[in-house]
Design a protein around this ligand. Structure first.
Ligand code: ADP
Length: 258
């Protein structure tokens, strides 16, 4: 029988500035984004960021049940962040945890400013987030992916939302912290921005930071979000080209067999 133990490294970052996963302090994890992977949903997206694997499906705007929840002047945005039981090493109970309820709220508040909710009164926009594998920074990866799924659903938006967490690890300010850095580091700062409008939609701070560390961390988070934004744009462009190709093929088939 193979027993997997959680190894706690002596150092989270070497004197040469190399992190536990081989990255430099200001480096993002390898990140892959895909849009439109679930055909039944109105919009969907998927992210792999390091070992994180997260799937997002969006439905709406649609009729809201129970009706008394409906808002007279705008759509109700509902986010459901869930971690699969197998997403972490120790089986996670399938019952919704306080953490999942809190993260659902945090994610909703980070996305809300970007959506023209006032165009769809009395309806619901539902965002389902399933974390299949978690390795730190899942709230930010969820926000990044949910913004793409909302765009894929054709929901009018002021801007995308791009998110990443920075952290304080062995006294260094580092970008995009992984699970080990999150658990054994000195602090983290999940940040989300609307990149074109240059507005912050989420900033949380955990641990002790001096004003100078905070300034450095915030600057790094903005740079990280801008890199994520470029990846989001590329993913949306790939999806657009795919749709265009598919439409051209359908037109061709129709012309051949009218
Ligand atoms: P975030 O994922 O946004 O960083 P947290 O700081 O709450 O949110 O969680 C950090 C990491 O801790 C998660 O990404 C995940 O890898 C791990 N984690 C969260 N909940 C559990 C759990 N119930 N069991 C084991 N690991 C967990």
């Amino acid at each position: 029988m193979k027993i997997i133990k959680h190894e706690i490294p002596e150092k989270l970052i070497t004197e040469d500035g190399i992190r536990t996963d081989g990255r430099k302090p200001h480096e993002l994890r390898p990140t892959k984004l895909e849009v439109g992977i679930l055909k039944r949903a109105d919009g969907s997206a998927y992210i792999e960021q390091g070992k994180n694997k997260i799937m997002v499906a969006v439905y709406g705007p649609r009729e809201l049940h129970p009706r008394h929840l409906a808002l007279p002047d705008k759509a109700l945005l509902r986010c459901f962040y869930r971690m699969a039981s197998f997403s972490v090493q120790e089986r996670k109970s399938p019952a919704p945890s306080r953490r999942e309820i809190e993260l659902s709220k945090v994610i909703r508040e980070a996305l809300e400013p970007a959506i023209f909710l006032e165009r769809f009164p009395k309806t619901a926009i539902d965002v389902f987030i399933e974390v299949l594998q978690a390795d730190g920074g899942t709230r930010c990866a969820s926000i990044t992916t949910a913004a793409l799924a909302l765009a894929d659903a054709g929901i009018p938006m002021r801007d995308l939302v791009s998110a990443v967490a920075v952290g304080k690890v062995d006294g260094h300010i580092v970008l995009d912290i992984n699970d080990l850095e999150d658990k054994y580091g000195e602090g983290d700062m999940p940040t989300a921005i609307m990149p074109r409008k240059k507005e912050v939609t989420l900033i949380q701070l955990d641990g002790r930071w001096t004003p100078e560390e905070f300034r450095q961390g915030f600057e790094l988070a903005i740079k990280g979000c801008e890199q994520i934004y470029q990846l989001q744009r590329e993913a949306l462009k790939r999806r657009y080209l795919e749709i265009r190709e598919q439409a051209a093929k359908e037109m061709e088939e129709l012309a051949e067999n009218p």
